[in-house]
Design a protein around this ligand. Structure first.
Ligand code: ZN
Ligand code: FE
Length: 255
């Protein structure tokens, strides 16, 4: 891979990511929960920050921008739809737009649901997608602004990416997501074994993020409303995928 990808734990359970193009040395940072750990990692690696890509407006994804850019100036990119509630943008992104990062295509995908205006950023050459609080490891973001139908439409967009895509999501919620997932998909062998791996990783203090899309497709109930086992478990054999997705999301909210 002509890229380096670094996961940086921030705050209590957030993740920021650094993506570096090895040939040019250009570095993109995805989300800025807080400045200190990101600044420390840049110094440790000797990397110079080029760009910041913001996924959505929540404080735990943007609040480190002023402190970080005071030390590490960078171009800031984020959704045009959210420009009124993001730090000042150097490039306002629209859904479906492709922009260049060190000569590589970055595809902007509107993945509204957690918020309206939340974007995911897909870098095909790096085989990775930055999903923050849309698609998460074994979960999906809570619906603060969007509807279940909106979030399900967003999930379906992400599901069409190549299965070997690395999914870089925004939080270490995977262990509790796994406990919930087992309540709606208890017989899924891939989920049962992933859940064990997650317990071990957390015991060892190892991040469970990023994951891969193929793993999510096999185990994440929010990508599996069409699954007969989940439908049987919910007693929703004849419902639409959207309704099953909505029921899974509602149960997670109460879990
Ligand atoms: Zn959020
Ligand atoms: Fe968040």
């Amino acid at each position: 891979m002509p890229f380096d990808l670094v996961t940086i734990p921030c705050l209590s359970d957030n993740y920021a990511f650094l993506l570096r193009d090895q040939q040019s040395g250009a570095v993109a940072l995805i989300d800025v929960p807080e400045a200190a750990p990101i600044s420390a990692k840049l110094k440790e690696l000797g990397w110079t920050l080029s760009e910041i890509w913001l996924t959505h407006h929540h404080p735990d994804h943007i609040q480190g921008v002023p402190d970080l850019t005071a030390e590490h100036p960078a171009r800031i990119l984020g959704a045009k739809a959210d420009a009124h509630r993001l730090p000042a943008l150097d490039h306002a992104l629209t859904d479906g737009e492709t922009f260049q990062f060190a000569g590589h295509d970055v595809q902007v995908m509107d993945v509204s649901g957690h918020t309206v205006g939340h974007i995911a950023l897909y870098v095909a050459d790096a085989k990775c997608v930055f999903t923050a609080d849309s698609l998460m490891a074994l979960g999906c973001g809570r619906l603060f602004e969007g509807t279940p139908a909106q979030m399900w439409a967003s999930m379906q967009k992400l599901m069409k990416l190549p299965q070997d895509t690395t999914v870089c999501s925004g939080h270490e919620y995977t262990q509790s997501n796994a406990k919930f997932a087992l309540t709606v998909d208890p017989e899924n062998p891939a989920l049962i074994s992933r859940s064990r791996e997650i317990d071990q990783a957390r015991k060892d203090g190892v991040p469970t993020v990023p994951s891969t899309l193929s793993t999510e497709l096999q185990t994440n109930p929010f990508l599996r409303p069409a699954d007969p086992g989940i439908r049987a478990q919910l007693g929703m054999e004849n419902a639409t995928d959207t309704d099953v997705f909505a029921e899974i999301r509602a149960r997670k909210d109460r879990f």
